[in-house]
Design a protein around this ligand. Structure first.
Ligand code: 5GP
Ligand code: MN
Length: 335
């Protein structure tokens, strides 16, 4: 499975590693662990994303290795010099990579994709997309083992964080024996679960926690309690002194309610642009709905960025999900 990619890595010197817009811990952890090993091999490696590392994830990138792309001559030259581009945790095409993707799509470099999302697009030369993997970090771990990498505590920490967050703390459907075998290995290489847990789940500012309280008290339900939905407009989160980038972690809140199968969470990213997050309990798939809105994701966790007013988008989504649940009910009850 990895032989082609390993040959390409062995035969080249200059690498650019990238991932999706608004990088999460799986994207960053995968990038950082892979880059560390490639550097240990003596390669020149640049991690270049369209968006910056959110402050709450700085702990896995203490040396600020994951750069935010600026269209200046230095960055453009570095991207032009790349011999190999490796995209991790994204397989939906260059658009999913954002501004840097647009630039990289024009590059003559060999393009590789390593991902675990469904519905991959044919946009690179070599792809390993394994939708059974719970996180891209699982795949990067396998690749690194195959390459005989030495795992530093920093690499172990980065990969463990990616797996822990993408599995929602080892509970989402793709959490497998393999997931636990890998994380067990990562613990032996120096990942510290308590430290990571604290960094991810216990660093909220008081204002963010208050905003979470606001979100919790605004949750509405529909379809006899099978849908939970809520939204945030710019005015509200700005009043709470919160940046858009600090709003992750709210998408799963609706799922805490007994009987809820689908949660719809919408944020007004900018005037007329809505960031949609969808979550399910696994009894219904919502990634097709996300695709309808120009996004994608996994069957039980998907998202999109759509045009429109937040209030209108959420009303439309509630209607669509209600219909989807009626359909699934009919399917499952029919002989
Ligand atoms: P979240 O709701 O946390 O932003 O994203 C949940 C899942 O949906 C993630 O696996 C992410 O990859 C996917 N996702 C979120 N937004 C988009 C989007 O705009 N486009 C695509 N293709 N996938 C998205
Ligand atoms: Mn992922």
């Amino acid at each position: 499975m990895w032989q082609k990619i390993i040959s390409i890595i062995n035969e080249h010197e200059k690498f650019v590693i990238t991932s999706h817009i608004n990088p999460d811990c799986d994207a960053l952890g995968s990038e950082l662990a892979l880059a560390t090993h490639l550097r240990a091999m003596g390669k020149s490696v640049l991690i270049m994303n369209s968006d910056p590392v959110p402050p709450n994830y700085w702990f896995i990138d203490r040396k600020n290795k994951a750069k935010r792309f600026h269209k200046n001559s230095k960055h453009l030259r570095k991207l032009d010099e790349a011999e190999v581009i490796i995209v991790v945790d994204a397989s939906g095409g260059w658009e999913r990579i954002g501004r840097v993707g647009q630039k990289l799509s024009e590059s003559k470099a060999i393009k590789i994709c390593i991902d675990h999302h469904p519905d991959p697009v044919d946009f690179v030369d070599v792809a390993v997309v394994d939708t059974d993997a719970a996180a891209a970090a699982e795949l990067i771990y396998s690749l690194l083992v195959e390459m005989g990498a030495t795992f530093t505590p920093h690499m172990a920490q980065a990969l463990y964080t990616g797996i822990m967050t993408d599995t929602g703390g080892f509970r989402f459907p793709k959490t497998s024996p393999r997931t636990h075998q890998i994380t067990a290995e990562l613990l032996t290489h120096g990942a510290d679960p308590l430290f990571i847990y604290k960094q991810i789940y216990e660093q909220s500012s008081a204002v963010r926690l208050r905003l979470k309280g606001h979100v919790l008290s605004s949750i509405e339900t529909a379809a006899d309690g099978q849908i939970a939905y809520y939204s945030l407009d710019q005015k509200t989160f700005k009043e709470h002194n919160i940046e858009f980038g600090q709003l992750n972690g709210f998408a799963g809140l609706g799922q805490e309610i007994k009987g809820v199968r689908v949660t719809i969470y919408c944020v007004e990213a900018s005037p007329n642009r809505v960031k949609i997050s969808l979550r399910t309990d696994g009894s219904v798939s919502i990634n097709q709905l996300a695709i309808e809105y120009g996004g994608g994701g996994h069957p039980s966790a998907a998202g999109a960025s759509a045009e429109g007013q937040v209030d209108e988008v959420i009303v439309e989504l509630v209607k669509k999900v209600t219909y989807l649940l009626t359909e699934t009910k009919t399917e499952t009850t029919s002989p």
